[in-house]
Design a protein around this ligand. Structure first.
Ligand code: ADE
Length: 332
């Protein structure tokens, strides 16, 4: 099967990526969960359409896999707008952004994923583009350098990030709508698994849906990934239905426990319990013990553990809760 590498300007998609796009809801009606965000976006879209104007610049933030890109695609579709997609790390030089901005047409949407990884000079080029649709270019070098300003068409920037704290406040303040995507509730995750199973033509028992949903970290991308793996298992073992056994087997094959914890989550909790006597312990000490960046621990690892109550944050530091000890079968 292919990798996701670009060949001759056309992107070869792996089977998983093809399946992912089949599972992606294409309109608000099919998009399960995030009701408040959907409601506010619908209102903004309706108002913009009434004024025959592009929708204001939008920022979607939240944990990976919660549907930020999907929402951007839906906004584009509902606005009948073209969408051009790029990401923070892909934009290396100001010329990269200028090249994209200068090809935008009236009403187009520019989607920038991983916006926290946009470099500072490129970010500064975005400010006038967002605010007054101006593109300032420096032509030439040294004493002969000249500044040129191009007018841009009315466009919408939609940015997405998993690390909103890393965005500068001048950038944040230029969005007309900021939307935080939260973890999904368990009922919605079950509905998503059911919907995806139907699209993939997989028969799955209600018990198996519950097991996969509990291990999905309230995150659709993980739910769909687990579903794809149980589908593989069922295909190779000539079973017809995904049942509890198949669901448990896939979780153990991928070392995911029934709460969806993976190796790095367990390592974090074991570190607090075994090296720091269960806490309270400061983020700096945890970061040093794990050899992991503080920000990554705080923004990427901790939110799910806090959400399911295995970790708690106090003014003295992090604590592994009674539930964490029970879950890991450790004595206190
Ligand atoms: N697949 C991934 N995310 C989804 C969502 N929010 N609703 C329906 N299907 C999805």
């Amino acid at each position: 099967m292919s990798s996701g590498k670009t060949v001759n300007n056309s992107t070869l998609l792996s089977r998983d990526e093809t399946v992912d796009s089949a599972l992606r809801p294409l309109n608000f009606g099919d998009y399960i969960g995030q009701d408040r965000v959907k409601g506010n976006l619908r209102m903004m879209i309706e108002a913009a359409k009434k004024r025959t104007e592009p929708i204001d610049h939008l920022l979607f933030y939240g944990q990976a896999g919660l549907g930020k890109t999907t929402l951007a695609m839906i906004v584009a579709k509902e606005m009948n707008a073209n969408i051009k997609v790029t990401s923070g790390p892909v934009l290396e030089k100001t010329g990269d952004l200028a090249a994209i901005l200068s090809t935008l047409d009236e009403g187009d949407i520019l989607f920038i994923d991983e916006a926290h990884r946009i470099n500072r000079t490129i970010e500064e080029m975005l400010y006038p583009a967002m605010e007054s649709r101006k593109l300032h270019l420096v032509i030439g070098k040294g004493p002969a350098a000249r500044m040129m300003t191009l007018d841009l068409p009315q466009f919408t920037l939609i940015a997405a990030t998993t690390r909103v704290n890393l965005l500068t406040s001048p950038l944040r303040s230029r969005f007309g709508g900021l939307f935080k995507l939260d973890y999904y509730n368990p009922v919605d995750i079950e509905k998503i698994i059911e919907r995806s199973a139907k699209i993939l033509g997989v028969s799955i028992s209600p018990e198996a849906i519950t097991i996969l949903a509990s291990a999905s970290r309230f995150t659709p991308r993980i739910a769909n990934r687990l579903l794809k793996r149980v589908r593989d298992l069922v295909e190779v073992s000539d079973r017809r239905v995904v049942d509890e056994n198949a669901a448990h087997k896939v979780l153990s094959m991928f070392e995911i426990d029934e709460l969806g914890l993976e190796e790095h989550d367990r390592k974090l909790l074991y570190t607090i319990i075994e090296r720091f006597n269960g806490g309270p312990v400061g983020l700096g000490s945890i970061s040093a013990a794990l050899g992991e960046d503080r920000g990554t621990i705080e923004d990427v690892y901790e939110p799910y553990l806090l959400k399911i109550g295995l970790l708690s944050r106090t003014s003295q530091g992090r604590i592994a809760t009674k539930e964490a000890y029970n879950h890991l079968k450790k004595d206190r």
